[in-house]
Ligand binder design. Structure first.
Ligand code: AMP
Ligand code: MG
Length: 522
């Protein structure tokens, strides 16, 4: 395989000197060398063409035996030294100590078209960080990660990517709903790709161990490759670095809110230092607009990571990162001032994004009220978020009254017969204000439609869609994986031939496992 391999992480950062693969605490090191587990009967079942191209491979190479072997873990490429990364983290608000890549193994870094890509297998066996788990991943969660990574990229949301999805031929025992009904599932490996898989927890671990030296080496490394415009190693440079991480994280969360994505497990070990969506576990997509919704059954009680809390949780996580960087900058007010920029920018960016979703450029108090009122009304009766905003672009303020406008969006309502009485009055009231607001603007309706359609996706990876692809894949039919992958490459396009996926979640999926509720088991 013609890959332009240029490793830096395992060449420039401190390595764990122990080479034997057993579970342990790893100190003063950023990673441990580890060899992927040999799968018994590997088979590639899907490849992302874009990602293939991005790392400099062509379609033929994806068909090769070498590709299959390398990206399932059967073979280590010459000149490479695979490794698992060491990190810690806060899980659900509590310090969890060392975590690390328990089932992820980085193969190498590739540079192509001036972009650096780390290639990482997820589900390729035990590492020193596997703790009590097996280092493996099942087909179910791997299909979800592979499809969603690529779908998010095409939605314009910063994310890690996925090159390939392979079966290992091995069986993996999982108790999917943690209810004592463990069963065998098919094992799988995804090859994830990102400029770097560093997380907030990668820095936190050194703070927790009071290892300032390693912390500085890692931050300097991060700045060298991912913030090259920041020059030296002075306090101000570290502060600028932190400001940039804050800005990127905020940008990512605003995108999540825009498309209705709920990450599900925003622990600090699942927060990318590059502001990428990382670690697709029990994530989900809002169907009915509900800020209180989380797909993660493990979080069903506290709902810490519900849709409406994501912006605050990201800030909480940034605070933990600030605590770690404090060792290098020793300036609490400066770090606090940077965190404050998040708090100040968030409402502005959020309302501006929501304004775009409804086709206005938000200007003042009245626009904020219009948006807040909409958020409230959307919750009065179950209303599909994706369908509502997509249909809203069809409201033509110059040719419609509020009654017409309500008819335009009515397919978004799960129970149309609930849209009467008080609820209907509220909807009509809002539509009337909305129409007034639109007519104030000096834009041609077609321009508004195009602008709105560019921020309101028509197609997202609804939870039940991923589950249908998984059910088929379990029967060795991988067609739907590719169909969805192709569909979600153009989420903002009309694609009339795929209208079946522009539909509310079917009733059978309302309470089905994998469609509305997901556990962390993967
Ligand atoms: P998560 O919240 O899924 O990102 O995982 C939290 C921690 O558990 C990370 O350190 C993972 O590497 C580890 N982990 C999750 N699943 C497994 C598994 N099957 N085997 C080993 N480690 C795992
Ligand atoms: Mg994780």
């Amino acid at each position: 395989m013609k890959l332009n391999i240029q490793d830096t992480f395992n060449k420039e950062l401190p390595a764990d000197p122990i080479l034997r693969n057993y579970r342990r605490q790893v100190e003063e090191a950023c990673f441990s060398y580890v060899t992927p587990r040999i799968p018994s009967k590997p088979a590639v079942i899907h490849v992302s063409e874009e990602m293939l191209e991005a790392i400099g491979l062509d379609a033929d190479e994806a068909q090769s035996d070498t590709f299959k072997r390398v990206f399932s873990g059967a073979e280590v490429m010459p000149g490479t030294s695979p490794y698992a990364m060491c990190y810690a983290g806060h899980q659900f608000g509590h310090w969890a100590g060392q975590l690390g890549d328990g089932r992820a193994i980085n193969l190498c870094e590739v540079v192509h078209n001036n972009t650096r890509w780390a290639l990482q297998l997820k589900g390729a066996g035990e590492t020193p960080y596997s703790r009590s788990a097996d280092g493996l991943a099942v087909l179910r969660s791997s299909v979800r990660e592979h499809l969603c990574s690529e779908a998010m990229y095409h939605l314009g949301v910063p994310t890690t990517r996925s090159l390939s999805l392979s079966l290992t031929g091995d069986e993996v025992m999982r108790d999917m709903m943690y209810d004592g009904n463990a069963d065998y599932e098919k094992g799988a490996v995804v090859c994830r790709v990102a400029p770097s898989f560093l997380r907030f927890g990668s820095y936190q671990i050194f703070m927790a161990r009071e290892d300032k030296k390693s912390l500085q080496v890692l931050v300097d490394y991060t700045m060298k490759y991912f913030h090259p415009h920041i020059e030296g190693r002075k306090t101000d440079d570290y502060l600028q670095f932190f400001q940039e991480v804050v800005d990127k994280t905020l940008d990512m969360v605003i995108h999540w809110q825009r498309v209705g994505f709920v990450h599900g497990v925003m622990n600090t070990d699942n927060m990318s230092i590059l502001g990428l969506t990382i670690d697709y576990g029990p994530y989900g997509w809002l169907e009915g607009y509900d800020p209180g919704w989380t797909p993660n059954t493990t979080d069903a009680q506290g709902k810490r990571y519900r849709y409406g809390s994501q912006p605050n949780m990201a800030l909480w996580n940034l605070m933990q990162l600030a605590n770690a960087l404090y060792a290098l900058v020793d300036d609490v007010p400066a770090l606090e001032a940077i965190l404050k920029t998040y708090q100040q920018s968030y409402p502005r960016k959020y309302f501006s994004m929501m304004g775009e979703k409804i086709g206005i450029v938000t200007q003042g108090e009245a626009d904020m009220k219009l948006i807040q009122e909409l958020e409230g009304i959307l919750q009065l009766s179950e209303t599909d978020m994706t369908i509502f905003f997509r249909l809203l672009s069809r409201v033509n303020a110059f040719a419609m009254n509020e009654e017409d406008a309500l008819v335009v969006v009515q397919d978004a309502f799960y129970k149309l017969d609930e849209i009467q009485g008080e609820i209907k009055i509220k909807w009509l009231g809002w539509m009337s204000k909305y129409i007034d607001r639109l007519t104030e603007m000096d834009v041609v309706n077609v321009d508004k439609v195009a602008k709105m359609n560019a921020v309101n996706p028509k197609y997202v990876l609804r939870n039940y869609m991923a589950q249908l692809a998984i059910d088929k894949a379990n029967e060795q039919d991988y067609g739907l994986i590719d169909d969805l992958y192709q569909l979600l490459k153009k989420p903002y396009d009309e694609q009339p031939e795929s209208e079946e996926w522009f539909a509310k979640r079917p009733e059978w999926a309302r309470n089905k496992v994998g469609c509305s509720m997901l556990s962390c088991s993967s």
